[in-house]
Design a protein. Structure first.
Ligand code: CAA
Length: 246
């Protein structure tokens, strides 16, 4: 079997970097997209120092044309994409009565519409080759809702609706589609939550701490294994016991 190619969107972020690092160490050929060239170069150099080579391609997940160009460039440089991790995401937290249209659409575009924009470009190839793995990085807050996150919770819940529909449509082509729903992980995104609010959130986590980015990457790797071939349409919650709904 030739080396499988994985595209991790938003790979330079907190959870994204952990996924890229883990997949690369497992021997996958990993690509990610970027918008800021300078920031990405520093990130790539840091990983290179660890012996990890990542293909970085300019691409805006909110823009369908940009996603098409990005996927074609990856295919041309390292081959067809076997694994897609829809990980790119942003927050624009505010209570709904203060939320403006821009805060709503920015979050829906980056977190949810991006799943269409990127997956649409890779799914035909996976169906033709009869193998694929598509993973959405959703959130605990798509499952339980969150004060100040009507936009984010709507997008993240939508991602799992996307997962379970794609899982049904593509199962007979050897493609599994699953969701990983992280709880509060110690990334810049979570550290941006005001400290006193964050302390209250951590107090609600039975395991008593924030999660580590690699604890999410570990779950992504699990879904990629050939032995995980019968798992599709699942939503794996990894949140320190913060939310145990089913
Ligand atoms: N339940 C009930 N009341 C709450 C509350 C909650 N969970 N959170 C805040 N409030 C209350 C406050 O106590 C305050 O009350 P008073 O006015 O009586 O003092 C009031 O709501 C604040 O309301 P505002 O309208 O002033 O709120 P705001 O528009 O300034 O927004 C906020 C505040 C942005 C929601 C802020 O509380 C916040 O950042 N909360 C955390 C949101 C969060 O968890 N984001 C996750 C980011 S990380 C991530 O998203 C990754 C992931 O997937 C987990």
């Amino acid at each position: 079997m030739s080396t499988r190619v994985a595209l991790v969107t938003g790979g330079t972020g907190g959870i994204g970097t952990a996924i890229v690092r883990r997949l690369a160490k497992m021997g996958y050929n990993v690509a990610t997209n970027y918008r800021n060239e300078e920031k990405t170069k520093a990130w790539r150099d840091k990983l290179k120092g660890e012996g990890i080579d990542v293909l970085t391609v300019k691409g805006d997940v909110c823009d369908p044309a940009s996603c098409e160009a990005m996927v074609r460039e990856i295919e041309q440089k390292i081959g067809p994409i076997d694994i897609l991790v829809n990980n790119a995401g942003i927050t624009r937290d505010t209570t709904f009565h203060k939320m403006n249209y821009q805060q709503w659409t920015d979050v829906i575009n980056t977190n949810l519409n991006a799943c269409f924009n990127v997956t649409r470009q890779v799914i035909d190839g996976m169906r033709t080759r009869k193998w694929g793995r598509v993973i959405q990085i959703s959130s605990i807050n798509g499952q339980k809702g969150q004060y100040g996150q009507a936009n984010y919770a709507a997008a993240k819940a939508g991602m799992h609706g996307f997962t379970i529909s794609l899982a049904q449509e593509n199962a007979r082509f050897g493609i599994t589609v699953n969701t990983v729903s992280p709880g509060y992980i110690g990334t810049d995104m979570v550290m941006a939550v005001p400290e006193e609010v964050r302390a209250k959130i951590v107090a609600q986590i039975p395991l008593g701490r924030l999660g580590e980015p690699d604890e999410i990457a570990y779950a992504v790797a699990f879904f990629l294994d050939d032995k995980a071939a019968w798992i599709t349409g699942a939503n794996l919650a990894i949140n320190g016991g913060h939310y145990m709904g089913w």
